[in-house]
Design a protein around this ligand. Structure first.
Ligand code: PLP
Length: 389
């Protein structure tokens, strides 16, 4: 089944359409660079290996790391598991039960990994709260780092309300206390500048499908010298940290997506923010009582998180789902009847949480789509309010 032509896609936090230039690079890699990147005995292997090296270079350029610090994975969920479980396994070799601190608004990939390790008695866990704009208190974060933890995990930008975190400052605090710092930069890479080396980040996770690349490919970037125990065993590829035959077409797609972001990010994000602001103004002017959630001064350009507190979000979704793709929360949790852990942690009122809608714009969003989406949301809100009268 293909997506209908009429569907306005505004769910870019969940995933992005693949850029045609990236799709072409993947296709070319599939048919011309089909060798196994570890087959060093012939030219087919050499070609695949050099394509992988080229992609590692593009990834490292975008986030200002070194190519040898890039390990390719199937995406952020795997990267995070390698980073957290690998840190824990390494610490356990010296008989230590590691203490990990995370923010409460991390993605489930971080939360559930840590909750599982905690319930198995493998780690001590501290969960940092947030304020009503999803900000972490840096003084509290510093105190936790000073208490002598083994790993700090804070995301670069939130996947629901789009709040951007001061990663440079957080990384400096972690460094001052010799705490390794894992940054889930899934929503930030290719949208805002990231300086892995200069900011002193220890590990960084990213997924290509959040910035116009293919799904199922990503990377864990690990600062040279940081020790991780592997959680998978196999053919020893990628310094045995992530063994398994390399997904060369996916890696080429990730590299091409990074190369394009490097060139086009600043201009694209400026245009996306202008469209988001236009949509926001139209909705605020025409939907009485509408609330914008999160930090409107410091959020991702493509993020618009709204609540009409008297209208359950499920009512809007049910009416628009065939022609407007928006969501009630993170992709992994949508469809699940539990309220968003991010909005709950922000202590928003119950009716604000129940009315919450996440709108995500991206580089392919057009002015016409913004206009049409505004009209749909305004009309449907009015219609539901009439029914509820
Ligand atoms: N972290 C954040 C902030 C995300 O937005 C996502 C995807 O929604 C993930 C982690 C998981 O990424 P993936 O599903 O590509 O492993």
């Amino acid at each position: 089944m293909a997506i209908s032509r009429e569907l306005i896609y505004l769910d870019y936090h969940s995933t992005t359409p693949v850029d045609t230039r990236v799709a072409n690079a993947v296709f070319q890699a599939m048919i011309t660079t089909f060798g196994n990147a570890s087959s060093v005995e012939h030219e087919a292997g050499d070609c695949a290996e050099s394509a992988v090296k080229q992609s590692a270079y593009y990834v490292s350029e975008l986030i200002q790391a070194a190519p040898r610090e890039v390990t390719f994975t199937s995406g952020t969920t795997e990267s995070i598991n390698i980073a957290i479980q690998g840190t824990v396994k390494h610490a356990q070799k010296s008989g230590v039960t590691p203490h990990i601190a995370i923010s409460v608004i991390e993605h489930k990939a971080v939360l559930d990994t840590c909750y599982a390790l905690k319930s198995q008695g493998q780690i001590k866990l501290t969960v940092l709260p947030v304020d009503n704009q999803a900000h972490v208190d840096l003084l509290e974060l510093e105190q936790v780092c000073a208490s002598g933890i083994h790993l700090l995990c804070v995301m670069a930008a939130n996947n629901e309300v789009g709040t951007i975190y001061p990663i440079e400052k957080i990384s400096a605090i972690a460094q001052n206390h010799n705490v390794p710092f894992l940054c889930d930069a899934t929503q930030a890479v290719g949208k805002i500048p990231i300086r892995f080396r200069a900011w002193g980040i220890t590990m960084l996770a990213l997924s290509a499908h959040k910035f116009y690349g293919p799904k199922g490919i990503g990377a864990l970037v690990v600062r040279k010298g940081y020790q991780l125990a592997p959680i998978l065993y196999g053919g020893g590829q990628q310094k045995a940290l992530r063994p398994g035959t390399l997904n060369v077409p996916g890696i080429v797609g990730l590299g091409e997506a990074c190369r394009l972001r490097q060139i086009e990010m600043v201009e694209d994000e400026r245009a996306i923010a202008a469209k988001r602001d236009r949509l926001q103004s139209k909705l605020l002017a025409n939907i009485p009582g509408l609330i914008i959630n999160g930090d409107t001064q410091n959020r991702l350009a493509g993020n618009l998180h709204i609540s009409a507190p008297d209208i359950p979000n499920s009512a809007i979704i049910a009416r628009v789902r065939h022609y407007l793709a928006i969501s009630t929360g993170s992709a992994c949790s949508s469809g699940v009847e539990t309220p968003s852990h991010v909005l709950t942690a922000m202590r928003l009122k119950e009716e604000v949480i129940e009315g919450a809608l996440r709108i995500g714009l991206g580089k392919f969003t057009t002015d016409e789509e913004i206009e049409a989406a505004a009209q749909i949301l305004i009309a449907e809100t009015r219609a539901i309010r009439k029914l509820l009268e």
